[in-house]
Design a protein around this ligand. Structure first.
Ligand code: RB5
Length: 146
């Protein structure tokens, strides 16, 4: 898959680890910054990744800030984005099966790299279940311009 990834300074270290993992898993990854631990404003990278996914240029996105909250708020403002803030395996899997999440958000100050890597692996490989969940996604999209 083509994956866009981004973070702010608080998510930078975890973003670097997750970027390497996603490449090792065989995906094509576009890093949209930031590129150091120097302070930046998370809406910049959040918007860039969300718009790149919404445009169809990338199938999925991964966004990391300190808590994951700011990134998920920003990303979900963009039409057609279903960003899921996940800090455990169960919600990562369910966000794919039931919500067809297209952006995974995590907090670099909340979880360690080991758990974040497991969450990312599950999120990347779990398919959307469709069926009744498809109808619900359509209900969300009908409020939007998807
Ligand atoms: C940056 O200090 C922090 O506010 C940001 O990374 C994020 O946690 C916001 O939601």
């Amino acid at each position: 898959m083509k994956i866009a990834i981004g973070s702010d300074h608080a998510g930078f270290e975890l973003k670097e680890k997750i970027r390497s993992l996603v490449i090792r898993l065989g995906h094509e990854v576009q890093d949209m910054g930031c590129y150091s631990m120097e302070s930046v404003d998370y809406p910049v990278q959040g918007c860039e990744v969300a718009k790149a996914v919404a445009s169809g240029q990338y199938e999925r996105g991964i966004l990391i800030c300190g808590t994951g909250i700011g990134m998920s708020i920003v990303a979900n403002r963009i039409s057609c984005i279903r960003a899921a803030l996940c800090h455990d395996i169960f919600t990562a899997r369910m966000s794919r099966e039931h919500n067809d999440s297209n952006i995974l958000c995590m907090g670099g100050r909340v979880i360690g790299p080991g758990l974040a890597e497991e969450i990312t692996k599950i999120w990347l490989k779990t398919p959307f279940k469709g069926g009744r969940h498809e109808r619900r996604i359509c209900m969300i999209d009908s409020q939007d311009n998807c």
